[in-house]
Design a protein around this ligand. Structure first.
Ligand SMILES: Cc1cc2nc3c(=O)[nH]c(=O)nc-3n(C[C@H](O)[C@H](O)[C@H](O)COP(=O)(O)O)c2cc1C
Length: 407
């Protein structure tokens, strides 16, 4: 989604300016065209050469440099930008942006552009907490600027507090979210369940499965980047939570059921990717089972609720079916039996497909009978193919069948 997007990256004079280089590099790797503007103070920390080598484009440092195109077309970058990202943003630059000062190429570009602005502050905690900075941040937010971070932690000064530059993945997630906010899922609430569940045997042991949460999180991020408000109900996953979405952490299938039922009351789309345990121990023992106590152990299991069958409402309902045999037949019967609108069948025996890998080989089957057999793709690509179908169903008059009995 960042492919060929024109991003102007403003780097100001913070000790975190070196992190701007990593940010520029990740943006370029994602396909963006990145033009860097550095303040004079930023050049005390990093050289323009670093950014030039990373972006393969000239770096703007001076409006009055006659060898630079920008000395004539001083608002050219402002006009061409899809987004202005100021990272790291000093207390000084934030104050200048709030006041509308235009005495350097970065502030001038910010004043001239109509593109959305993302600001990632980086400063000492006392500077960030100062009412002057707080007022400037509030003023910029009220004008539509979006802030990424700052994070909480240890500063270069040794102080612990708010003011650390947000990590690169969070800043990039914010950029993607802002660029996609008028996308085809704008105004929609998408709920995604993700990861495995854990069913306790005793205080230290659980029954679980190999689901990592990657597929659900890829869908959540893709929906966020297409403008949706996203709620993720996440089991105990092994990958970091996505940014810019609401997370409801759960452990057991019963907790997941409650969370799904609550979230489904006010959603447009429910996508169940979680690998919910089919069974749980009838009783979870209150103390750790000691191996000396018995030579063998039998655990009696009882069936967990089938959440996707039980949850009903006037939302688009999407399920995932991990199959090892009879992929299409099994998936089609689940689609009908559980009243889904769409099912994504994945052959977990196919190489590099299914649990704990970054790719998936899936077939998307619709209630109308339409079948989309996709080749092996990254989970991000699968997520977008699936959301293409969801977006089409949301706009089609027959796409959202009125289903009785909201939970
Ligand atoms: C070693 C050092 C580190 C600094 N780090 C920061 C910082 O992280 N955040 C900040 O707001 N100012 C920081 N400053 C102060 C700014 O560099 C100073 O306010 C400067 O005028 C900012 O200019 P600019 O906003 O045009 O880049 C630092 C100064 C020094 C000497």
């Amino acid at each position: 989604m960042l492919s060929n997007k024109r991003i102007v990256l403003g780097v100001s004079g913070s000790i975190a300016a070196y992190k701007g280089a990593d940010l520029a590099s990740k943006l370029v790797q994602s396909g963006a065209i990145v033009d860097v503007i550095m303040t004079k103070a930023a050049m005390e920390f990093v050289t323009p050469l670093t950014f030039r080598a990373i972006t393969h484009r000239p770096v703007v440092t001076d409006w009055y440099d006659s060898s630079s195109e920008l000395s004539i077309q001083h608002v050219q970058l402002a006009e061409e930008a899809d987004l202005l990202l100021v990272a790291p943003a000093t207390a000084d630059i934030i104050a200048k942006l709030a006041l509308g000062i235009a005495d350097d190429p970065l502030c001038g570009t910010a004043l001239a552009t109509r593109a959305p602005m993302v600001i990632a502050p980086a400063m000492d905690a006392n500077m960030y907490d100062n009412p002057a900075t707080a007022e400037n941040v509030a003023k910029l937010k009220s004008r539509g600027a979006v802030f990424a971070g700052p994070g909480f932690g240890r500063m270069a000064s040794g102080l612990i507090g708010h003011g650390r530059l947000a990590e690169t993945p969070e800043i990039i997630a914010t950029v993607r979210q802002v660029l996609g906010r008028h996308g085809d899922l704008a105004g929609k609430h998408v709920v995604v369940s993700s990861g495995p569940t854990e069913e306790p045997i005793d205080p230290v042991r659980v029954i679980t499965n190999r689901s990592s949460g990657k597929m659900g999180f890829a869908i959540a991020e893709a929906a966020r980047d297409r403008g949706a408000r996203v709620t993720v109900i996440a089991g105990p996953v092994s990958v970091p939570y996505p940014f810019g979405v609401d997370i409801i952490p759960v452990h057991t299938a019963l907790e997941m059921r409650d969370a799904v039922f609550t979230a489904a009351r006010a959603c447009d789309v429910l996508i169940m990717t979680a690998a919910v345990a089919d069974y749980r121990p009838v009783t979870a023992v209150g103390r750790k089972i000691k191996k000396e106590d018995m030579a063998s152990l039998t655990i009696e299991l009882t069936k967990n609720p089938d959440i996707i069958s039980e949850v009903k409402g006037s939302f688009i309902k999407v399920g995932f079916a991990a199959e090892t045999e009879e992929l299409l037949r099994n998936a089609q019967s689940k689609l009908r039996g559980k009243e889904m609108d769409l099912i994504v069948a994945n052959d977990v025996t196919a190489p590099n497909s299914g649990f704990n890998v970054d790719t998936n080989k899936v077939t998307i089957i619709e209630r109308s009978g339409e079948i989309l057999d996709l080749p092996l793709m990254t989970k991000d690509e699968v997520a977008n193919k699936l959301l293409d179908r969801v977006a089409a169903l949301l706009t089609s008059p027959s796409g959202r069948p009125a289903k009785a009995g909201t939970p």
